[in-house]
Design a protein around this ligand. Structure first.
Ligand code: F3S
Length: 407
């Protein structure tokens, strides 16, 4: 791999130990994947933030680093709402560790925005063809597919190294030849809303890590594409997909039609809704916002909850910036008893581990909640999730049962 004179010097430790370690990580990855050189990046999004996932070893590694990032960089969701961690009953011990992790990142000049939707943030704009070093799989998928930017799915340490150097190794999805679709997916049934998350869940299982080119009957919106990509990255390892006539690269580049075609039927999408975990267990917790809710999704949740009261614990996850921008939606949601929670999510927060059955409207959460939180997951549309959250008959039925049982 070719290195400039300055990069050679950095690798020799002349720019300090932190940058030496950082470039060593990037050069090692570049050598493994056949990169020719390092290329400048526009921004970084760094995973490995929740104390639940990185523990003391991660905290120690980040705390030892010195210097400042060279490009705008933000963090993936942490293990708790950083301003109001008590509301999800996080322990003080966990909160202390989590705060220490965020402080260690902040010391390096990283913006303390903990979100998997960096593309919605002010001052973090991303455009077609931009090279990035992002970590979180749904953000990577969105950047590559919906925006047409270029990023590999970085690990926490490599994204942090790229942020400190302002560069990444030129391999994988930074190169044209790796962005070509390898398999076509045809879906002929109509789709809307959470159907895209269910489609992504089903498609990811058959596509694995290949680049699919979708032929869809309907034109999905941005939030639907976000849900599709997030689910495919979780049930499979898809970091880039195209939708014929919709996503920017599919519109600009003339791809050869892939040899293999997979047809996904409505019944496969319905199966995701029907495959209730926990053998018919009742959801105890309702969660929305994986990936973090956009402004439009937050507005929709507010509309659905307006004038109602939740009878089950209900958490709506979004970025702090979106929550601050739309206090009226937050107000309406919280009036119902549901909680708008920032900086974290149902998967990376330990709070979810106290529940045995969780309802989600996200294919990604549906894939991850069982393994990461030890809870069964039930899939439903946003509307069904809110119905479940506000269903008074079920709550009344439960109370009656309890009252009956105590006599
Ligand atoms: Fe984001 Fe957490 Fe889902 S990081 S994509 S909300 S699992």
């Amino acid at each position: 791999m070719y290195l400039t004179k300055e990069e050679e010097q950095t690798l020799n430790g002349e720019a300090g130990e932190t940058l030496r370690q950082a470039i060593e990580i990037l050069v090692a990855l570049g050598d493994i994947y056949g990169a020719d050189r390092l290329i400048p990046i526009k921004s970084a999004q760094i995973a490995g933030v929740s104390y639940k996932t990185i523990g003391d070893a991660g905290l120690e590694w980040i705390s030892d680093l010195e210097g400042r990032v060279k490009v705008p960089a933000i963090l993936n969701p942490a293990g708790m709402d950083l301003e109001d961690w008590k509301r999800l009953r996080i322990s003080p011990e966990f909160a202390e560790k989590q705060k220490a992790i965020v402080r260690a990142y902040e010391k390096l000049g990283i913006r303390c925005e903990c979100t998997c939707t960096p593309y919605t943030l002010e001052g973090f704009s991303v455009g077609y063809g931009d090279h990035l070093a992002w970590s979180e799989s749904s953000a990577v998928s969105y950047a590559n597919s919906v925006i047409g930017a270029r990023t590999n799915r970085e690990g926490g340490p490599s994204a942090l190294s790229a942020a400190l150097l302002g560069k990444t190794a030129n391999y994988g999805f930074h190169l044209d030849e790796n962005r070509v679709p390898a398999v076509s997916i045809k879906v002929e049934c109509p789709l809307e809303g959470s159907d895209y998350g269910a489609l992504g869940y089903a498609a990811g299982k058959v596509v694995g890590s290949r680049v699919p080119l979708f032929y869809l009957r309907d034109t999905p919106g941005k939030d639907e594409l976000k849900a599709l990509g997030a689910a495919m990255a979780a049930s499979g390892a898809v970091a880039l997909y195209h939708v014929d006539g919709v996503t920017p690269e599919a519109k600009k580049v003339t791809f050869e039609v892939p040899e293999e075609t997979i047809v996904i039927e409505r019944s496969q999408i319905d199966e995701v809704y029907e495959s209730r975990g926990g053998a018919g267990k009742e959801p105890e917790l309702i969660t929305i916002g994986c990936p973090h809710c956009s402004a439009a999704e937050l507005r929709r949740v507010a509309e659905l909850l307006e004038g109602k009261a939740v009878s089950k614990e209900t958490w709506i996850f979004t970025s702090r910036e979106i929550a601050k921008r739309y206090p009226e939606y937050v107000g309406t949601i919280e009036k119902s008893g549901a909680k708008v929670v920032c900086d974290t999510c149902m998967v990376v927060s330990p709070a979810t581990n106290s529940y045995s059955c969780v309802m989600v409207n996200s294919g990604k959460a549906f894939a991850y909640v069982p393994g990461m939180c030890g809870a069964e997951a039930v899939y439903g549309s946003m509307e069904t999730c809110i119905e479940e959250a506000t269903c008074t008959e079920k709550a009344a039925g439960k109370k009656e049962k309890k009252a009956g049982g105590s006599h």
